[in-house]
Design a protein around this ligand. Structure first.
Ligand code: ADP
Length: 381
């Protein structure tokens, strides 16, 4: 048998065949061993056998060849395979040149392990593909956002101009149409903003810039920005400030976004003429104001700034109070079609609060009994 044929046979045997030099470095390793262990040949050639099999002692010269012993090989993915190994010296021209290691599982384990490695390999490829398509999806959302943002911003200016300077010359029907255009336009803008925020949160690129500011002022600003919608539904916003100014540490624009979102939701699910209460206060761990369990997760001893928004509206069934913070989640109700939204608002609120290392949750005594949303933000950096 010529040299190439012998080599081919060694390579293709189902058992592990490994050749070591006198120091235990790998000189040859066959395909069966490489496949099962999950390595490529260059990763193991000239590396000590201990890298994959701890049955050998550190000092290799003292190793006594033996017949068959149970041993364990460590695979690249960190798991182990049990084998029966035999280990003998090989000599050429009367001189001891190294060792031959053969190993097999005497059964089906090697074949199973090989199959498993193949499956793991396929899974790794699938995960890579998924990652790529996720990156593409986030890329598309970013692109769509930028493509839509500038025409929508120009349209906003044009609509504001018509509604302002030029409104005197408009008929009632035209004013009505203008209002429909404005509402549709605002909805489109907030949809693309929400999609972009959600995509950034998913891809881990969402960040906040923190500094000290007065959260009462943020509530005032959010109240001004939502006043029109609230008055259209004859809703009253009652503010409760525990002190005239309440300094917190965070990204003010993002906190205003949270407040607007919570007020809009409260308005959406309230009936005409009801009141919505919004408040800010400082709370300490253990205070009744903090839901049991939330603060245990927080594990902090310093005070928190709390923001809450309470409504007397539809309420939320107990089984849904946590689910509503999930993406695209909306509680199914008969009047669901009446309420516009993509189910992203609270997921974004949660993302923003968590980017501040805070917590947000909802409390409701059940359907028809109103809801209170509470968010706490740590007072430290
Ligand atoms: P959407 O923009 O669709 O309202 P959100 O993420 O803001 O999405 O809210 C998810 C769901 O949580 C809503 O569809 C609604 O079922 C419920 N929800 C949110 N806020 C309130 C509230 N104040 N009262 C009752 N249900 C609410």
């Amino acid at each position: 048998m010529n040299e190439i044929a012998a080599n081919d046979i060694l390579l293709q045997m189902n058992e592990f065949i490994i050749l070591l030099d006198m120091e235990g470095k790998i000189l040859f390793i066959n395909t069966a061993a490489l496949d099962v262990l999950g390595y490529k040949e260059p990763e193991l050639l000239n590396k000590p056998i201990n890298m994959v099999c701890q049955t050998f002692p550190e000092k290799f010269e003292n190793v006594e060849p033996n017949k068959s012993i149970p041993a364990e090989f460590k695979m690249k993915n960190g798991s182990y395979i049990a084998v029966v190994m035999s280990f003998s010296t090989f000599s050429a021209k009367g001189q001891k040149n190294g060792f031959i290691v053969t190993a097999s599982d005497n059964g089906e384990q090697l074949a199973l392990q090989k199959k498993l490695s193949e499956i793991v390999g396929e899974l790794e490829i699938t995960v890579e593909k998924l990652k790529k398509s996720e990156e593409l999806r986030h890329g598309y959302i970013g692109m769509v956002y930028h493509e839509l943002k500038s025409p929508l911003t120009s349209a906003k200016g044009a609509l504001a101009l018509i509604a302002g300077n030029m409104s005197a010359g408009l008929t009632d029907a035209q004013k009505e149409l203008l209002n429909i255009a404005k509402t549709g336009h605002e909805r489109l803008l907030s949809m693309i903003e929400e999609l972009r925020d959600a995509s950034k949160m998913e891809s881990g690129t969402f960040g906040v810039v923190k500094y000290s500011f007065d959260i009462n002022r943020s509530v005032d600003m959010a109240a001004e920005l939502t006043a029109y919608d609230l008055s259209a539904k004859k809703l009253r916003l009652v503010k409760f400030y525990s002190s005239p100014a309440l300094t917190m540490f965070g990204d003010e624009n993002r906190i205003i976004q949270v407040i607007i979102n919570l007020i809009n939701n409260a308005a959406k699910f309230s009936s005409e003429n009801q009141a919505i209460e919004i408040g800010t206060l400082k709370v300490k761990p253990g205070a009744d104001a903090i839901k049991n369990g939330v603060i245990e997760k927080a594990m902090r001893n310093e005070p928190y700034t709390m923001l809450y928004v309470r409504d007397c509206g539809r309420g939320i069934k107990k089984e849904f109070v946590e689910m509503i913070f999930g993406k695209y989640f909306q509680v199914k109700t008969e009047d669901a079609g009446k309420h516009k939204g993509m189910g992203l608002g609270l997921a974004i609120v949660k993302g923003i609060v968590e980017a501040h290392k805070g917590f947000v949750w909802a409390e409701s005594e059940g359907e028809g009994k109103g809801t209170v949303f509470k968010a706490i933000f740590p007072d430290t950096v």
